[in-house]
Ligand binder design. Sequence first.
Ligand code: CDP
Length: 794
Amino acid sequence: MATEPRLIPGIGESLRRYEDDRFIRGQGTFVADVTLPRMTHMAVLRSPLARARIRSINASKAFTLPGVIVVITGELLARRNLAWMPTASGDVQSVLAVDEVRYQGQEVACVIAEDPYTAHDALQLLEVDYEPLPPLVDATEALSPEAPLVRADKPDNRCYEWEVGDAAATERAFAEAAHITTLDTYYPRCHPAPLECCACLADVDPSVGRARVYLTSQAPHAHRTVLAQLIGLPENRVQVISPDLGGAFGNKVPIYPGYVVAVVASFLLARPVRWVEDRTGNLLATGFARDYRMRGELALAADGRMLGLRVRLLSDHGAFFADVQPSKLKAGLFHVVTGSYDIPAAHIIATGVHTNKAPGGVAYRCSFRVTEAAFLIERLVTTAAVELGVDPADLRRRNFIRAEQFPYRTATGLLYDSGDYRMALDLALEKAGYAQLRKEQEQARKRGRLIGIGISSFTEVTGAGPSRDYDLMGIKMFDAAELAIGPTGKAILKLGVQSQGQGHETTFAQIVGHELGISPDDVAVHHGDTDNTPYGLGTFGSRSTPTGGAATAVVCRQLLDKAKKIAGYLLEVDVEDVGWEPGRFFVKGADEREITIQQVAAAAYVNPPEDMEPGLDAVSYYDPPQLSFPFGTYVVAVEVNPETGEWKVLKVVAVDDCGVRINPMIVDGQIMGGLTEGYAIAAMQRIDFDAQGASTAPTFEEYLVPSAWETPRFELHEMVTPCPHHPLGAKGVGEAPTVGSPAAFVNAVIDALSHLGVRNIDMPLTADRVWEAMEAARPRKEPAPAEEPLAGTP
Ligand code: CDP
C-alpha cells in the first residue's frame, strides 16, 4: 500500500488567477480587439418609438457619405427569408423590423461602412417614416381584451400559461391553516450590464462556404449550431470564437439581431464585418432580467408550521419570448420556490405576457427564475414571522428541511441533493451577533433610530442538466472536457464551457492538478473556440463547475487508467499491482519502485506497450445525474433615516455552502461580486417605462451600478456540505449571492420599519420609496400594532 498521500496540488488552494496577468496588463483579447484585413464596420439604427408602423425607410442620403458600403434593412433580409429568426424558447424574433417596431431600441436598419465613425454618422442620414401606434406598456393590462395586440402573429398577448404542483392538496392545506400570509411583490426589470457590451466580428468566405465568427458568447457551441442553421452553412464550416469576455451574467446567452446581421452582411460583401454594441443599445435592447409580479400565499398551522404555498406569477417578456429556457420543468427553476422549507403542498400558476418592451426574462446571474423564487419565499417567510409575532430566525428553524431529510423531494418535484440549512443559519446569526443586534435595535427604537435586521436562508440551484430535464433546442445539456498530456508531461485541457471572467483557466487547471498530481502551472486551459474544443452547452446558471468541472475530473480518471497500464509496463508488474497517488505510480508493497506521471506521459509517446496505441489523451461528455443545490444564510443589518428614508448598511454576514471549494479565493470573489449585484438590485437599480414605452434608464446615469464607494463591506464565512453526486463534491457558486441577498437587504429595511406598520416596499428601495412607505404607514400605527400575535397563533 502507498503511504500517506503527498500534498495534493490543486483543490482547496487559493492560487492567484493565471488569466489576471494579461488582464491587468491590458493584454486581453476581446472581440473589439480583433482586426482582420479588409474589415468593415457595422452600426445599428434603433427605433426611438416603442410601437409604430414603418411606412418606409429611405437610405439614399446615407450613401452620399464617402465610406458607406451598404445599408441593410428588414426588407432586404425578408427577401432572403432572414427577417425573422427562431428563439431558444420556441418563439420567433424579428432580426430587423419589417412592418412594425415593437419596442424602443428595436433594430431597424444597419449601416456597413469602411470605418466605425462613418457607419455611426450614416445612421443620422437614414430616413425612417414611422406611423406611431399606442404601445402596451403595462403587463397587468396585457390580458385585457382592450389591450393593443403586440404580435399580429399571435391571437392575444399571452406568451405562456403554466401550472405546477398539486392544486387540490394545496387547497386542503389552506383550508386547514390557522394563519395565511399573503405578499404581493414585484421583482423589477433589471439588467446584467456587463462591462463589455455585445460584439460580433463575422468573417464569411462565400466562395469556399466557410464562416469564422468572433462572438461575445456564453455558449459558443450552441451559437454555432444556431448560426449554421440560420445562414445555411454546414455546421463544420462555421467556427465560433468567443475570446476574452468582459463579463456576461446571462446577457450573452441569447442570439441577438446584431450578430445575425453582421454574419449576413459579411456573407453578402465577402468581407469581414464587425459590430460593437454601444452602452445605450445594450441597456435598451439586449437581455433584460426579472420583471416578475408575484403573489405568494403561505398557509401556516397554529404552531407556525408551513402547510402550503400558493403562487401566482405574471412575467413581462416584452415583444418576443427570446430568453433561453433550457429546462423542461414547466416554470423553469421557479420550482425551487418552496426554498429551504419542508412545505408539503405547493401550487404555482405562471403567466407570461408580451408588451411593447425589449425582450426580457434572461437569467441574470441566476438559473432560470431561481432568483425570483428565492426572493419571494424569503420575503414571505419574514412577513409571516412579523404577522405571527415570532422571530424570523425561529420561524425558519421550525420549518427548515432537516439535514437528515436529504435527498429531499419538494412539493414541486425537485430533488434536493444535500444541505444543512439550520447550521448555516446558526453560524450566520452567531457571526452577526444576532442576539446583541436585536438588543441594540430595541434600544435604538426607544431613541427614535430605525435599525433593521434581515435574514435570507436561500436554496440555489446550479449545474443544468441533467439532460432528462434540460436541453437547449433539443441538444442534451451535458458538458465536455478533453485532456491531452504531451511527451514532456505538460497538459492541455479543452473545455466546452466558456469563462466570462470567473477564472476557469486557473480553477480547471487546479482540478487536473488535483486529479493527476501535476502542477496546475503545467496545465493550459483552452475554451471558447468551437474548432478546438469539444461540444459544450455553455456557461450560465453556475453550471461550469458542476458540469465542466465534473467532466474534467472524469477525463483525468479515464486518462489515468491508460497511464496506469503504461506504468505497469514500465515497472514490469501487472496493472493490478500498480498503486497510484497524485503525481506518481508505484509498485504495491514496494513503494520505492515508482515512476512519475511525467515519465509515463513520455513513455506514451516514446515506448508505449506494443499492444497499445501511442499518446495520452481522452475526452469526457458529462451528463450530471441531477442538479446541485448550494445554499446559505445572509444576515444584513441596516439603519434607516426616519427623516429622509435613506438607509445605510451596517453589516452583511454571508455564510455560503457550495460544497467543496476548488479555489477559495475565487469563490470569495464570486460571492463578493454576487452580493454587490444583489445589493444594487435591492437598493438602486430601476428600469421603468413611461406611457410611450420609453425606458427611464438608457444610460449609466440613470441605471446605477455601485462603485466601491457605495458597496458595503461583506463578512464571508464558509460551510462545506459536499455534493454527493459530483466527482469532486463541488456545487456552483457564482450566482448564489445574487439569488439570496436581495431578500436579506429588503427584509432588513422592512424590519427597521415593521413596528410602524410597513410590510412591503418593492425594490429598488430608494429613499423616496422608503420615505413614502413610512408616511403611508404612520396613520395606521395607533389602532393596529400589527406585530401583535394574531388570535390562535403562538
Ligand atoms: O458557471 P460559472 O463558472 O459561472 O460558475 P461556477 O461554476 O459557480 O464557478 C465560478 C468560479 O468559481 C469558477 O472559476 C469555479 O471553478 C470556481 N468555483 C470553485 O472554485 N469552487 C466551487 N465549488 C465552485 C466554483
